[in-house]
Ligand binder design. Structure first.
Ligand SMILES: Cc1cc2nc3c(=O)[nH]c(=O)nc-3n(C[C@H](O)[C@H](O)[C@H](O)COP(=O)(O)O)c2cc1C
Length: 199
């Protein structure tokens, strides 16, 4: 198995893996864990990595503005993404500040590209996480009774949110038979500080 001996190669490989994770739906990095905090308890959940823009150090997820994670992020905007690739034996933890795009130009641009049927994730009557009486779905009656196209489903745009994290820290771990490898990267004064670390 490949071993790394150059921190620039490691950093490049991190962003390549993160980019591939966003564009390939079957990639192991496509469904990372996104961890937030409310100041007292940690909260972590699986999300879909929708977009990676290496030049902007940006990782993007979509969500519902009413979900619990939004309250966390509004109070404590730093979040940690955790990725694991079992065939490459690589874990990446990427931490940064999350920007919430709600009803703005960027959110509208992403929303326009979501197929009407896929917009059902944002069409529940109650906020995600709220208790409900029955197991059946909680979709707005509109969803079940109307013709679904991009105009009619625009109604649910108000629930849609784009979470864009600008990464400031990367912790890379490579499990290896001949000795695990770990490196850390910190974005300081407009450049990456790079260092090897004890795994
Ligand atoms: C494979 C998978 C992908 C998911 N993708 C997303 C996602 O992209 N955005 C999202 O908000 N929730 C997604 N979820 C649901 C979250 O894990 C979580 O249950 C939900 O967002 C509520 O979390 P919260 O109460 O901490 O906000 C996904 C769950 C799974 C299992």
């Amino acid at each position: 198995m490949e071993r790394f001996d150059d921190l620039d190669d490691v950093l490049r490989s991190c962003w390549n893996l993160l980019y591939k994770g966003a564009v390939q739906v079957k990639d192991d990095f496509h469904t990372p864990v996104l961890a937030t905090t409310n100041g007292q308890t940690p909260n972590a959940r699986t999300v879909v990595l929708r977009e990676t823009i290496p030049a902007e150090r940006k990782l993007v997820a979509y969500s519902d503005i009413r979900s619990g994670k939004i309250e966390d992020i509004q109070q404590y905007p730093h979040a940690c993404w955790v990725f694991w690739n079992p065939s490459k034996h690589i874990q990446i933890r990427a931490t940064g500040k999350v920007m919430i795009h709600h009803k703005d130009e960027l959110a509208a641009e992403k929303w326009a590209r979501i197929a009407p049927a896929k917009r059902r994730d944002y069409a529940t009557t109650k906020a995600p996480g709220n208790p409900k009486q029955f197991a059946e779905n909680d979709l707005s009656p509109f969803w079940n009774n109307s013709v679904l196209n991009s105009e009619t489903t625009d109604l649910f745009f108000e629930h849609f949110v784009v979470l864009a994290t600008i990464i400031e820290e990367i912790d890379w771990l490579h499990l290896h038979r001949e000795g695990h490898q770990r490196a850390k990267f910190y974005w300081v004064k407009q450049e990456w500080q790079k260092m090897w670390a004890v795994p």
